[in-house]
Design a protein around this ligand. Structure first.
Ligand SMILES: *Cc1c(COP(=O)(O)O)cnc(C)c1O
Length: 457
């Protein structure tokens, strides 16, 4: 242990930056279950995925063996513009909580898109460019992923077509304008630009759309336009691979000062930031080299880990995507309106699902108003206005630090602060006005949704 005082922010020198992504699957004895073709029920092959996804990304998706995947120089050059992201020692929060715990957070909101999603967006855009594609398509809900992808596409001069859930397109114009500023074309979904969109509009005139519908449109456009492929911002193995940059930087920075975390905490929507943050630590755990307590935090309104089932399910509401074995609430599950848009997905990363099923990780579900209370407490002492998604991790970090005060334990806690809350001020307004609700689904509602999952195996 070094005697040097730990700085408020631990940065890395350029030569300390990761040169490879870390593929956690390589160290898993029992691998995550493969994606299945919904038509045949068989594992999806490279050839079957080729019309939808970029070739190199399919290889990464299917590769359970290569431990360290080189990060191409062009991606590393882009990362230099906003990475390393700061690892901050939350001295002010510790003092306010009067806790003996040592709290650190890894802040991913220091780029224009405002979240960790840019880490994977730039990689995906790079591989699309390498393949000589004209452009990529995607869906976005509240807009974090679409914003990140727009930035990545403009950097590599790729066309970017974003299908944005209509209600968000109308109610959340700011991220939309960021995307347009970066040159992306944004279509409110459902739209009359696709067969599936026209069909949905005919069946449900006046619908304000859903993520599942936007996915179906984006996939249709990718597969029917020469030189286009579809990309996704979370859940998939490849996305967790790219997000390992978060954990690798965190571990290098902590190792530099001889710090070993006892506890690692992250918010879990589709699992990409958490999977990335914990990757190198979980690797050590799997190899029997070290032990860490790892906690996934999800909203009580969308409790995939804590109340879902580990089964094969459709990845999207429209049932056009492959089947994934994951903790799921059922692909038709519609969570109560929750302001953490990035945590409203019905399923979870197959990698994290397998890790959780093996008992290597815990999960907690937290109520929305408690999350905003923690967000406010954090903002007032640490200065950063957190995204509601990120505040889920803050909530549990604060809970654990308070427990340390009771027991006198000097635990080292690190959590992922995935983004800023500047575009989420309507949610803060609701909280400040005291009109935010804490709807938690009943067992009957979850059972009804789970009854619709396909019977596989
Ligand atoms: C999308 C998002 C999340 C959740 O997504 P994961 O894939 O689970 O990481 C968390 N925080 C922010 C700020 C997001 O934009």
């Amino acid at each position: 242990m070094t005697t040097e005082k730990i700085p408020y922010k631990i940065y890395l020198e350029e030569h300390e930056m990761p040169t490879h992504y870390y593929n956690l699957r390589a160290d898993m004895k029992k691998k995550p279950a493969p994606l299945l073709n919904p038509g045949t029920g068989q594992p999806l092959t490279f050839e079957e995925m080729q019309p939808i996804f970029c070739d190199e990304l399919i290889k990464q998706e299917l590769d359970d063996e290569t431990q360290n995947v080189p990060i191409p120089q062009e991606i590393r050059d882009f990362y230099k513009m906003y990475r390393p992201s700061p690892l901050v020692r939350a001295y002010c929060l510790e003092e306010r909580l009067d806790t003996p715990a040592k709290i650190y957070y890894k802040f991913e909101g220091n780029n224009t898109s405002g979240s960790h999603k840019l880490n994977s967006a730039i990689a995906q855009a790079y591989y699309a460019k390498q393949q000589g594609l004209k452009g990529i398509t995607t869906e976005t809900g509240a807009g974090q992923w679409g914003t990140a992808l727009s930035m990545a596409c403009s950097y590599f001069q790729l066309d970017c077509k974003v299908y944005m859930v209509k209600v968000s397109y109308e109610q959340k114009p700011f991220r939309r304008e960021v995307m347009r500023t970066y040159g992306a074309s944004i279509t409110p979904s459902p739209s009359d630009t696709t067969n599936i969109g026209r069909k949905i509009l005919e069946e449900f005139p006046g619908t304000t759309g859903s993520l599942g519908c936007a996915i179906s449109e984006a996939v249709e456009v990718a597969t029917t336009n020469e030189g286009y492929r579809y990309v996704l911002g979370s859940v998939l193995n490849q996305v967790l691979l790219h997000q390992s940059i978060i954990g690798l930087e965190t571990k290098t920075a902590m190792d530099k000062y001889g710090i070993k975390p006892d506890m690692i905490i992250g918010s879990a929507g589709g699992g990409s930031n958490l999977g990335g943050l914990i990757a190198p630590f979980m690797g050590e755990k799997l190899r029997g080299e070290a032990d860490y307590q790892i906690i996934a935090v999800e909203p009580a309104s969308c409790p995939s880990f804590t109340r879902g089932k580990y089964v094969y399910d459709f990845a999207d509401t429209g049932k056009v995507c492959p089947l994934a074995k994951m903790y799921t609430l059922g692909s038709g599950y519609i969570p109560a309106p929750n302001h953490a848009g990035g945590l409203r997905y019905h399923g979870m990363s197959p990698i994290l699902s397998e890790i959780y099923d093996q008992g290597l990780m815990e999960a907690r579900a937290v109520a929305q108003t408690d999350v905003f209370e923690a967000a406010e407490e954090f903002a007032r002492v640490e200065g950063i206005l957190p995204a509601p998604e990120s505040a889920h991790a803050i909530k549990v970090a604060i809970d654990e630090a308070k427990k340390c005060k009771e027991t006198g334990e000097e635990k080292t806690i690190v959590f992922g602060l995935t983004g800023t809350g500047y575009f989420d001020l309507v949610a803060y307004q609701k909280y400040n006005d005291g009109v935010m609700d804490d709807y938690v689904p009943t067992d009957e509602e979850i059972a009804a949704s789970l009854a619709t999952v396909p019977q596989i195996g």
